[in-house]
Design a protein around this ligand. Structure first.
Ligand code: ATR
Length: 272
């Protein structure tokens, strides 16, 4: 029997998740179908209810519904609780009435950085630009690796302070984006949405050293203004394709209980 999954968002046409999960299912010889679902704003709950009535086993959730998915779940993992957002729902129980919520974005990012790119986060000086939804999704996973510095820089200081306060007792610190220290960091992550409009968050070349990794969580935008600046400053650069593949692999594990390899999917997405 074919098991039914989907990704839900608004907009959704651009989502690569159906392609990725189809590749994973082929590799593992699992019989699944995976759809794209466009939910009208304010109709997340009704749309997922309808999908569950069709016997669905799970759903990936993307912008802007990750907070609604958090509220929809009846059971949450610690990492989903920590970031207050859910990107993966699994439906279980006799009639699919159990709704298990997880968030695989953070582990997707940290696996890409540490395993695929081979850059340790432990002991590294990390600068994260942005304090919106994307930053909330990954801060906890980055801190789990115990960087020596974890600076959260945001245009609006208050939001950086709120995010840092969630992780009080760690070395998370908030700084204002227009008041960045001129020191180099080992890992600089762009978690702002500035790359969507090809704008540049206010980093300076002095924030990069030649060994630094500049990571833009955005993908499919070519070389963003952030990555261009980093490359000119001599840093190594990466876009969010690896994170996309890794968060999907972790979701596949949550649903199917098997670990898939991501290298061929990353190669496929990079060639597109
Ligand atoms: P997302 O879910 O993509 O994180 P969001 O929650 O709207 O979207 O957050 C967008 C983030 O990008 C915020 O940190 C925002 O900064 P503000 O909190 O000051 O608005 C940041 N951002 C967006 N455009 C930016 C730009 N041009 N320069 C710097 N930061 C920018």
């Amino acid at each position: 029997m074919t098991h039914l999954y989907a990704v839900i968002g608004n907009p959704i046409a651009q989502s690569k998740s159906p392609l990725i999960h189809a590749a994973f299912a082929r590799e593992m010889r699992h019989d699944i179908s995976y759809e794209r679902i466009l939910a009208p704003l304010g109709k997340f709950r009704e749309t997922v209810d309808e999908f569950r009535r069709r016997g669905a086993r799970g759903i990936n959730v993307t912008v802007p519904f990750k907070f609604e998915a958090f509220a929809y779940a009846t059971d949450l993992t610690d990492r989903a609780k920590a970031c207050g957002a859910v990107n993966t729902l699994r439906f279980g129980g006799e009639d699919g009435e159990e709704i298990f919520g997880d968030n695989t974005d953070g582990i997707g990012l940290t696996r890409d950085i540490t395993e695929n790119l081979g850059v340790p986060i432990a002991g590294a000086r990390v600068l994260m630009l942005g304090a919106g939804g994307a930053a909330y999704g990954v801060a906890g996973a980055l801190l789990d690796h115990q960087p020596s510095i974890f600076a959260i820089a945001n245009r609006t200081h208050e939001k950086a302070a709120q995010l840092a306060a969630k992780y009080s007792g760690t070395n998370a610190r908030a700084i204002t984006l227009d008041n960045l220290p001129s020191q180099p960091f080992d890992i600089i992550i762009n978690a702002t949405s500035a790359s969507l409009s090809d704008e540049l968050p206010l980093v300076s070349p002095s924030n990069f050293a030649t060994h630094s990794l500049a990571y833009d969580m955005m993908y499919g935008k070519g070389e963003t203004a952030f990555l261009k600046l980093a490359r000119h400053a001599g840093a190594r650069t990466a876009d969010g394709v690896g994170m996309l593949a890794e968060q999907a692999a972790e979701a596949f594990y949550v649903w199917r209980g098997v670990r898939v390899k991501t290298a061929s999917v990353i190669a496929m997405l990079t060639q597109e």
